[in-house]
Design a protein around this ligand. Sequence first.
Ligand SMILES: Cc1ncc(COP(=O)(O)O)c(C=O)c1O
Length: 445
Amino acid sequence: MSAYPKIVVTPPGPKAMELVKKDESLISPSYVRFYPLVVESGKDCIVKDVDGNEYIDFNSGLVCLNVGHNHPKVISAIKSQCNRFLHYSNTDVYYNEVVNLAETLSEITPGSFDKKAYFGNSGTEAIEAAIKLAKWHTRKQLFIGFISGFHGRTVGALSFTASKPAQRRHFFPLMPGVTHVPYPYCYRCPFHQTYPDCHYWCIDFIDDFVFKKYVPPEDVAAILFEPIQGEGGYVVPPPEYFERLKKLADKHGILLVDDEVQAGMGRTGKWFAIENWNVEPDILCSAKALASGLPLGATIAKAKVMDWIGGSHASTFGGNPLSCVAASAVISVIKEERLLENATKQGTYILKRLESLKEKSEIIGDVRGKGLMIGMEIVENKENEKPAAKKASEIMTRSWKRGVAVITCGVSTVRIAPPLTITRELVDAALEIIEDVVKEVEKEE
Ligand SMILES: Cc1ncc(COP(=O)(O)O)c(C=O)c1O
């Protein structure tokens, strides 16, 4: 029996509600909170709230804590950097911490070619840098993005983000030149095809319709994609998808920009999710789990692509030394603790258990994922397969109240993304609660 979760007061407890009330009067209302979890502290896979409840963290602080909360090696690296220097803008001077990290990232990112790195402070900044770099290098202005993609909220990245209208409403005009095409979401194929009989029509569609009718391919700088859609619903493309996308890009001399902000840093059992498809992108963006919660975004490109000149792009805090040493520690921990292997091992086990739950359940339409990036799509029933957003939300909230912090994505998908340090014991404890809650919600139909 696992000692966790520990629920001592039905959440949200009184202290949590006090803070939530204050937050409402002081903090920007643009956030959408999943539930009133008020964090007091975290340790490895456990997050504690201000009322003393301890939850199994099945979303890793919005997929940022791949090595768990407060890993001692990450904390120690940050503390010793604090004693040396907190800041000196890398745009103006040099320091070891940023160069060391660039060297390690160059080793672990796909492709044995020479690479260069640009550092910003977030996922959206990593994407902005990639957009500007693609424009600079190619001198072209058009881009291809994907429906349901999420790449951030600054105006360039937002021009690609297409997962919910609320993210874009009242913010037009965005950056011109982005054409969105359907993502290979086989469970709900936008072309109503079935894999593999479709013969990857979603790729041919880009070539035969988009490029032949309205987007001149010779004017396209890059195709920006998530290797697994995150906010869009944990959608996993079929086996040859990216190989075919790369062929198409190569045919027209278009760059591939891989957004690994959510799927990278070991989450899928590989350093970067695109390795599951054996494709080497020209530009790769990382953030979130890169520095274990400290602000850091990295845009890593083929050295020959990152050919912009002094003054073309920079950021005062980008490559902050604290974030850089945290990121280097994260990479060491993933190697030393063999967390890629653990992600695959625990992920395979979770998928198997959820698959068998799906067999018995009327409201689980699809279970998919790689490593510890797993989605369970909730439907009204298996016949009509209609997305059941309210039920997914009920499963999320009730799981949280019973001690498992999971969140949703897409329209009705429960996302399972614990730290890569998760143990079988905690997985079992969390899955028992989730399975129970699914059965409960199903009965209430
Ligand atoms: C795939 C992907 N790209 C970009 C971003 C934006 O990252 P940030 O919120 O750090 O700007 C996110 C955030 O969820 C993401 O999931």
